[in-house]
Design a protein around this ligand. Structure first.
Ligand code: CP
Ligand code: NVA
Length: 299
């Protein structure tokens, strides 16, 4: 099939204008029945609450039928080659979403080129999460360009997508990550090349200074469980507390992609307090998934 088939493996698959178009498509009244009579395969090699439910409901809202598949059912690259799994699913479905341990499997899937492939979280990136995050911030700020967001914690898959997505939207980023757990420098350089400021420090208090949003995530991502003890030691002092939020800009909001661990990366007083927008973020996962699917299947 066509080699110019579009995919979303991370947000650097999009231009600034395309990201803005997708954010506009997140409005429920923009949903069209573009998947009427069609299926969408949703592969999950890791657990999921938000992404599975948001993606399934997004497909339903576009008139389609979601089929969620657990990793062990198809054995990507084990029971059958990644390419063969993709070729077969493409005969039934208009789009394939996949949550995978190994980002290279998404690249292999997109290489087949028959249907759009959407990254539903990999070890490297979580782009549909960040579309929802940017939507959440745009709902508060009206426009994104010129604002500043801080990331406190692990320079992980969500952080990577956030840095790239923020840069596409003209949002400056202030990163506080412990040594050895920084955000992928390739993503940081790509963001700076977009012309936005990316400030890097190991001190949470320095990162949140002037930030209008403070974002954190788990210290131990799915698939890193064997590193839990070492990571928890490395992240001592990186909890988002009310004292830390008080050092951000007045009115700053708190974001977390969830699931959250109260008392670890964030205190209950913050995530359950007035600055928290995490439930809107979670709802926006559905609007973002719907917009991404609609945009991709109508290319
Ligand atoms: N934020 C997020 O991706 O949540 P799930 O792991 O529950 O899908
Ligand atoms: N960084 C986390 C995000 C979970 C939504 C993980 O990969 O487990």
């Amino acid at each position: 099939m066509t080699s110019d088939r579009r995919h979303l493996l991370d947000l650097d698959d999009l231009t600034s204008g395309e990201l803005e178009t997708i954010l506009d498509l997140c409005s429920p009244e923009r949903a069209d029945p573009v998947l009427a009579g069609k299926g969408v395969a949703l592969i999950f090699e890791k657990p999921s609450n938000r992404t599975r439910n948001a993606s399934e409901m997004a497909v339903v809202q576009l008139g389609g039928h979601p089929v969620s598949i657990r990793g062990e059912e198809i054995g990507l690259g084990v029971r059958e080659s990644v390419e063969d799994v993709t070729r077969v699913l493409a005969r039934y479905h208009a789009l394939i979403g996949a949550r995978v341990f190994d980002h290279r499997h998404l690249e292999q899937m997109s290489g087949v080129g028959e249907v759009p492939i959407v990254n539903l979280l990999s070890d490297l990136a979580h782009p549909t999460q960040v579309v929802a995050d940017l939507l959440t911030l745009r709902q508060r700020w009206s426009e994104l360009e010129g604002h500043t967001i801080a990331w406190v914690g692990d320079g992980n898959n969500v952080a990577r997508s956030l840095v790239i997505g923020a840069a596409l939207a003209g949002v400056s980023v202030r990163l506080a990550c412990p040594a050895g757990h920084e955000v992928d420098p390739v993503a940081v350089d790509a963001a700076r090349a977009q012309g936005v400021e990316v400030y890097e420090t190991s001190r949470p208090d320095q990162a949140v200074e002037g930030a209008e949003a403070v974002y954190t995530d788990v210290w131990v991502s799915m698939g890193q469980e064997q590193e839990a003890r070492d990571k928890e030691d490395a992240f001592a002092g990186y909890t988002v507390t009310t004292e830390l939020m008080d050092q951000a800009a007045p009115g700053a909001v708190f974001l977390h992609c969830l699931p959250a661990h109260r008392g670890m990366e964030v205190d209950a007083a913050v995530i359950d307090g007035p600055a928290s927008v995490v439930w809107d973020q979670a709802e926006n996962r559905m609007h973002a998934a719907r917009a991404v699917f609609q945009w991709l299947v109508t290319r």
